[in-house]
Design a protein around this ligand. Structure first.
Ligand SMILES: [Zn+2]
Ligand SMILES: [Zn+2]
Length: 239
């Protein structure tokens, strides 16, 4: 993996991380065209268009836009991206009302600790208003989407009731959304709708087997990612 941060980088063969302003989106190259996971903060459409063109592709080759959840930092640029590409959109039903209204957003409570309390106030505003984005297809827990060779939908509520993690089977890469972050190592997101459900979702992901992992916030992990998850969440008893 190339050192990430401010520009598009390859994580594993076929997957590129796109920095979307303190949040990440991911572009998967499949035989059936391109798939985007999440759509970052508002006003970041150009980062996605640049990444697509950088692969020598045209914008209409973006066929699918799958959201891990409906928070503003994951759907912010969605409407503009869909307008230019015509991509089909996917989201868990519990979050669709937030995306299709463009706000307000269900509140979250800061994760345990002082830093999350500060960051949560700073970065999450439930009263934010965004350009709404229509969702074409609701996601079902446990389904295998016939996209890019197979993407498994894992319902992972807690941070957000309609959050899903996505396991891209051909590349054994997990897209964890905000189930956890990888900013200073694996850790909590800034807040939760339900801390208890959020912990359960972290354990659920730690029980899976995958090689690479991508996060809404923080750097991706290119290999042995599920071992890192197990070390973080399975070596002590649940809090
Ligand atoms: Zn979130
Ligand atoms: Zn986020």
């Amino acid at each position: 993996m190339k050192k990430l941060a401010s520009k598009v980088a390859l994580v594993v063969k076929g997957v590129h991380v796109i920095p979307m302003g303190m949040a990440n989106a991911f572009l998967i190259e499949g035989d059936d065209g391109l798939t985007l996971i999440d759509a970052g903060f508002p006003g970041k459409e150009a980062a996605v268009f640049g990444a697509i063109r950088g692969l020598g592709r045209s914008l209409d080759q973006l066929k699918h836009l799958i959201f891990t959840h409906g928070h503003p930092d994951h759907i912010g640029s969605a409407a503009g991206i869909v307008r230019e590409t015509g991509a089909r959109t996917y989201m868990h039903p519990l979050d669709i009302p937030m995306a299709e209204s463009g706000g307000p957003f269900r509140p979250i409570k800061a994760a345990p600790g002082l830093l999350p309390r500060v960051l949560c106030k700073l970065l999450f505003n439930p009263d934010e208003r965004l350009e709404p984005v229509a969702i074409d297809q609701p996601l079902t827990a446990g389904e295998l989407l016939p996209i890019a060779g197979g993407i498994e939908v894992i319902h992972t509520p807690g941070h957000c009731a309609g959050q899903v993690a996505l396991l891209w089977r051909p590349g054994r890469m997990l897209f964890a959304g905000d189930v956890c972050t990888n900013v200073m190592g694996l850790g909590d997101p800034i807040g939760f709708e339900s801390l208890q459900e959020g912990r359960a979702s972290q354990y659920k992901l730690a029980s899976l087997s995958f090689d690479a992992a991508g996060f809404g916030h923080g750097g991706p992990i290119a290999r042995d990612a599920s071992t890192r998850f197990r070390d973080k969440w399975c070596k002590k008893s649940p809090a």
